[in-house]
Design a protein around this ligand. Structure first.
Ligand SMILES: [Zn+2]
Length: 196
């Protein structure tokens, strides 16, 4: 049973719940090769799972994509997302090999539909956490002025419908809002986040 050692590995109850949800979601993956599970934790406490889907044709779905779509179908957007827990163990990999989401597609998608202060937790199928970081940290290795798509500039030039978060800005994001001008513009002008 992959879940039995969770207790001694993490003390944070919410994180433990998220890890279980991600491990369980991974068991629903529709695949013949890689099995990936994610759990998105929202600032109101909801945990939303995602799993990957492989097809025999051209285009499958990543677990991050599926979780994002399920969350968005419930009205969550942008700063509603607190963290993403990911369990990625590819076909033929060792039990403890982990993968930090997908740099090319999913980092961009997460930045587009969540926010840079999203916490990313990467764990293995036994629920052992290998590292915790933020989307901002993961995507900040690119030499300025290049950045992971999309910028605020393109978001302002091509405004998108229905991206206002369901919840007011969580108080834990307030320091970022107060100190990071880019994030403040994203909250105010693009997401139109409530501050109450
Ligand atoms: Zn992905």
């Amino acid at each position: 049973m992959p879940n039995e050692n969770l207790e001694e590995i993490v003390s944070d109850e919410r994180l433990k719940e998220g890890l279980k949800a991600a491990i369980n979601a991974r068991e629903r993956a529709k695949t013949f090769r890689s099995k990936v599970g994610v759990a998105f934790e929202m600032y109101d406490g909801r945990i939303i799972p995602g799993f990957n889907i492989e097809t025999y044709g051209h285009k499958g779905n990543h677990a991050e994509e599926v979780g994002l779509i399920v969350a968005m179908s419930e009205g969550y957007n942008g700063t509603d997302f607190k963290r993403m827990i990911e369990i990625f163990q590819d076909a033929g990999h060792d039990d403890v090999e982990v993968f930090p989401a997908c740099p090319l597609d999913c980092w961009g998608r997460l930045l587009e539909f969540t926010h840079p202060y999203l916490e990313i937790v990467v764990a293995d199928v036994r629920g052992k956490v290998h590292y915790r970081t933020t989307l901002k940290e993961m995507t900040s290795g690119i030499k300025p002025p290049a950045q992971v798509y999309p910028s605020n500039k393109i978001r302002l030039a091509k405004p998108k419908s229905n991206i206002t978060p369901k919840l007011p800005l969580d108080k834990s994001l307030r320091p970022a809002y107060d100190s990071d001008l880019w994030f403040r513009q994203y909250c105010d002008e693009i997401l139109k986040v409530r501050l109450d």
